[in-house]
Design a protein around this ligand. Structure first.
Ligand code: NAD
Length: 400
């Protein structure tokens, strides 16, 4: 560690899917990027002692604890990384910010707008004392997505007219798939909308630089009752044979949107797109060109340049692996592609870069509140036969 480098001691809550992804990123980030701050994997937290002890060893953490309240008051922790389901984000993040810890919180920020607002208030207050916060929308950190934003920002697409976004998965098509926490409103806040729709809302607002101002939404729950799971586990749970329970969230959420720069958008989030595993698809059409991205081919970006001679026009597949593409200077030679886990390494890179230089990382809790406001508007619209529903700007709330 150079003498100029700050050490940031991380305490992470939750050790399953995101816990493992974040651990890998914390382990890797300073070995790949030269940064003003160095992450130290200090303490991991989970409720089950034997499981969290095993996770600490497997994932590379120095110590463990079974109580997040103890974690946030420890002197040997500077950053709290929240990798739990949405029902505990607000409580943990607010308490951590009040204890003076920087916070990285997984998406969606919260289970409701009310909780998200309280988190923003805590973040704004903490910011005055130099305490930073960020929400983990990792798809922003796919190099092809960052390139997409760069092309829009630098005017290569001209005036953006259309945003076409879909996040398609199929892991609950089987009606016998159990009632895991993602299918319970009290744990997850919403279904496909918050779990995956949140990503495409953030991603498209990020890429276009435009804010969604109004929506008309539609939600559907195809399978209304499912077997109870063996434990409140993640994606790999099995039924425990003790009966069934009601699905209390949406299986699919669709909406039309207007954005504040004049673009119109269509959005679809579903876990019933049979055959689609993790297809995060975004296409943007502008007056001078288009870009199209699909996460299942995450190293590629399709670009159509309408200013090229007519005889040469067509979608070009850019292999986004050049060292001067976003994030890639530190990785492999051109054509040696990267994967899902790199998006988290890039997330930690951006977090450490900002916190290490005393700046606010993005997306901020305000950006994440903006996503929450869109989700809330989609839900209310769907409850009122898809009535047009305005989305207020989160920044105006913060300023008020
Ligand atoms: N960025 C992404 O692409 C992405 C992908 C998946 C999940 N997520 C988000 O990450 C969060 C976690 O999802 P996951 O898939 O890792 O879930 P998971 O079920 O795999 O893991 C959740 C972990 O939290 C622990 N936990 C639950 N409640 C807790 C509490 N009160 N105190 C301490 N530990 C608790 C569980 O024991 C488990 O270790 C969610 O907010 C989810 O939306 C983000």
């Amino acid at each position: 560690m150079s003498t100029m480098e700050k050490e940031l001691r991380v305490g992470m809550v939750g050790y399953a899917f995101m816990g493992a992804a974040h651990s890998q990123a914390w382990r890797t980030v300073n070995r790949v990027y030269d940064l003003p701050a160095r992450a130290r994997m200090s303490v991991i937290c989970g409720r089950d002692e034997s499981k969290v002890a095993e996770a600490a060893t497997r994932l590379g953490w120095e110590a463990y604890t079974t109580d997040w309240r103890e974690l946030i008051t420890r002197d040997d922790v500077d950053v709290i990384d929240v990798c739990t389901p949405g029902d505990s984000h607000a409580e943990i993040a607010i308490a951590a910010l009040e204890a003076g810890k920087h916070v990285l919180c997984e998406k969606p920020l919260a289970n409701s707008v009310e909780e998200a607002r309280a988190m923003v208030a805590a973040a704004v207050q903490a910011q005055a004392a130099g305490v930073r916060s960020m929400c983990g929308f990792n798809y922003r950190r796919v190099p092809a997505v960052a390139l997409m934003r760069h092309l829009v920002e630098s005017g290569r697409l001209g005036v953006v007219r259309h945003v076409r976004a879909a996040y398609l998965q199929d892991w609950i098509v089987d009606p016998q798939f159990p009632l895991v926490w993602r299918l319970q409103r009290d744990k997850a806040g919403s279904g496909a909308l918050g779990d995956i729709g949140a990503h495409i809302i953030d991603l498209t607002q990020f890429v276009t630089g435009q804010r969604i101002t109004g929506v008309s939404g539609l939600t559907e729950t195809f399978i209304k009752e499912r077997p109870l799971p063996s434990e409140a586990a993640g994606l790999a749970a099995s039924a425990d044979g003790s009966g069934t329970g009601p699905v209390t969230v949406d299986d699919a959420a669709l909406f039309l949107a207007r954005l504040d720069g004049g673009a119109v958008g269509t959005y679809e989030a579903t876990r019933f797109a049979t055959g689609r595993k993790n297809a995060v698809r975004v296409e943007v059409n502008g007056s001078l060109g288009s870009v199209a991205f699909d996460f299942e081919r995450m190293n590629e970006l399709e670009f159509y340049d309408a200013t090229a001679p007519g005889t040469e026009q067509g979608f070009t597949k850019i292999l986004v692996t050049e060292s001067d593409h976003p994030y890639l200077s530190a990785w492999w030679p051109p054509g040696h592609i990267i994967g899902y886990e790199h998006t988290f390494t890039h997330e930690m890179r951006d977090f450490l870069e900002a916190v290490g230089t005393g700046a606010d990382p993005t997306p901020s809790f305000v950006d994440a509140l903006q996503v929450q406001l869109v989700m809330d508007a989609v839900t209310s619209s769907a409850e009122q036969d898809s009535a047009w529903t305005e989305v207020a700007p989160a920044l105006a709330e913060v300023a008020a």
